[in-house]
Design a protein around this ligand. Structure first.
Ligand SMILES: C[S@@+](CC[C@H](N)C(=O)[O-])C[C@H]1O[C@@H](n2cnc3c(N)ncnc32)[C@H](O)[C@@H]1O
Length: 387
């Protein structure tokens, strides 16, 4: 393996080394697995190298070892063992099985949809190992189908074109999965992410306990929160989503789970416009869920993202009935849980509303957070109650 010298301390926990810290790349080639040493000659770890990305080095091991077929397969086994342990004693068959750096496989995401798998490659180093990845996934999981959904924006920064394809097996139209007692129709090829947001599984469950009255599910996607609110006993849910295909699946999911479609009102709208219209109508809601897409994937985009949250919080707090609950989430990597709470606090101050924090939310443990890598703790949220 080639050697790369970087200006980093020997006890670095964070798995990324940015381009400006690379002191001497030697003759390492894009996509290589390399041994990284610091300028004092101390060994740091084994990394994937891509000089064309500002995230030039991504660690996959603290030992000296190549990222070959055996190493990939070994990591897949370990990742699967953790999830089997996590869901032991349950009937869960659909969840995230590989979460990049947290499973020592930087640039690889794999979600299990019952008997099939969907994977996503986001880095050049993993792209170069795609054949091994496919073979190792087959060996470890023996899936009935394998789909690649490599369409994330991060691929562009790695110099990779998007790729979405069925690698093997039959995938026609939406399939049905069950997650935490709720059934969902999922479009693997057309949906967001790999088709379903597994990261919210326990937050949705926890929200069923607080369900009451009239609820608003903003950025609803295919209804993860809507369905749990219905299960929790709300009278009516207003679901707002900009993509009509997602809303159509939401309605299918409502009937699939045996709920009365009359309890759901769908709005095919931009949430920001919807909220302005609602404010004029004088409506109020007992539960509001705010689960927007990531407003930024870059550190530099944080202030813009915070402006987005402020706009939303200013509006939803005015729509929240006395005694009502607000569940607010951020999946923007560079927005912390404190940033999010502060945003609600600022809106509360401006509107002279008193709120208490009831719960703190995070991504479910099938998306483990790597210690020393705050970027892996991307989903955070708060449940607040208004006086
Ligand atoms: C993070 S997902 C929501 C996931 C959902 N809560 C669930 O439990 O599955 C965000 C959703 O917001 C939608 N979206 C993005 N921008 C929007 C906008 N301005 N107005 C309405 N929906 C929007 C996307 O289409 C996507 O379905």
């Amino acid at each position: 393996m080639k050697r790369v010298i970087a200006k980093v301390p020997p006890d670095i926990l964070h798995p990324w080394i940015y381009s400006k810290r690379v002191a001497d790349p030697g003759d390492a080639q894009p996509g290589d697995d390399v041994l990284v040493y610091n300028t004092r000659g101390e060994f740091i770890g084994s990394y994937l190298y891509n000089p064309n990305s500002i995230l030039t080095l991504r660690r996959y091991s603290r030992r000296q070892e190549p990222l070959d077929f055996i190493a990939i397969k070994d990591r897949l086994y370990r990742a699967y063992e953790l999830r089997k342990y996590l869901f032991r004693g349950t009937s869960e068959t659909s969840y995230r099985v590989v979460f990049g750096e947290s499973d020592a496989l930087p640039g690889l995401i794999v979600d299990k949809y019952d008997k099939g798998l969907v994977f996503q490659i986001t880095t050049l180093g993993m792209e170069k190992r795609r054949e091994w990845v496919v073979k190792a996934l087959e060996d470890v999981f023996q899936p009935e189908f394998l789909v690649e959904k490599s369409d994330s924006s991060g691929r562009r920064e790695e110099g990779l074109p998007p790729r979405t394809e069925v690698v093997f097996g039959t995938v026609e139209g939406p399939l049905t999965i069950e997650v935490e007692g709720i059934r969902y129709r999922v479009h693997l090829l057309e949906g967001n992410k790999t088709g379903f947001f597994f990261d919210q599984r326990y937050n949705r469950l926890r929200l069923t306990r607080w369900a009451k009255g009239r609820a608003l599910d903003l950025f609803s996607y295919t209804g993860g929160f809507t369905l749990h609110l219905l299960k929790g006993g709300v009278k009516k849910v207003f679901a707002v989503e900009i993509n009509l295909n997602h809303l159509n699946l939401l309605k299918e999911n409502v009937t699939l789970n045996g709920f009365d479609l009359n309890r759901v009102v769908t709005f095919h709208k931009d949430v920001f416009h919807f909220l302005d219209e609602m404010l004029l109508s004088g409506e109020s809601f007992d539960v509001i869920v705010l689960d927007p897409p990531a407003f930024t994937h870059k550190r530099g985009g944080k202030s813009g993202a915070l402006r987005g949250y402020r706009l939303l919080h200013d509006r939803v707090l005015r729509l929240l009935a006395p005694g009502g609950f607000l569940a607010t989430f951020s999946c923007s990597m560079h927005v912390s849980d404190r940033d999010l709470l502060e945003s609600v606090e600022r809106s509360a101050r401006a509107l002279k509303r008193q709120l208490v924090v009831i719960e703190r939310f995070q991504q479910s443990p099938d998306h483990p957070i790597l210690l020393g890598f705050p970027e892996s703790e991307y989903l955070k949220g708060w449940l607040l109650r208004a006086y």
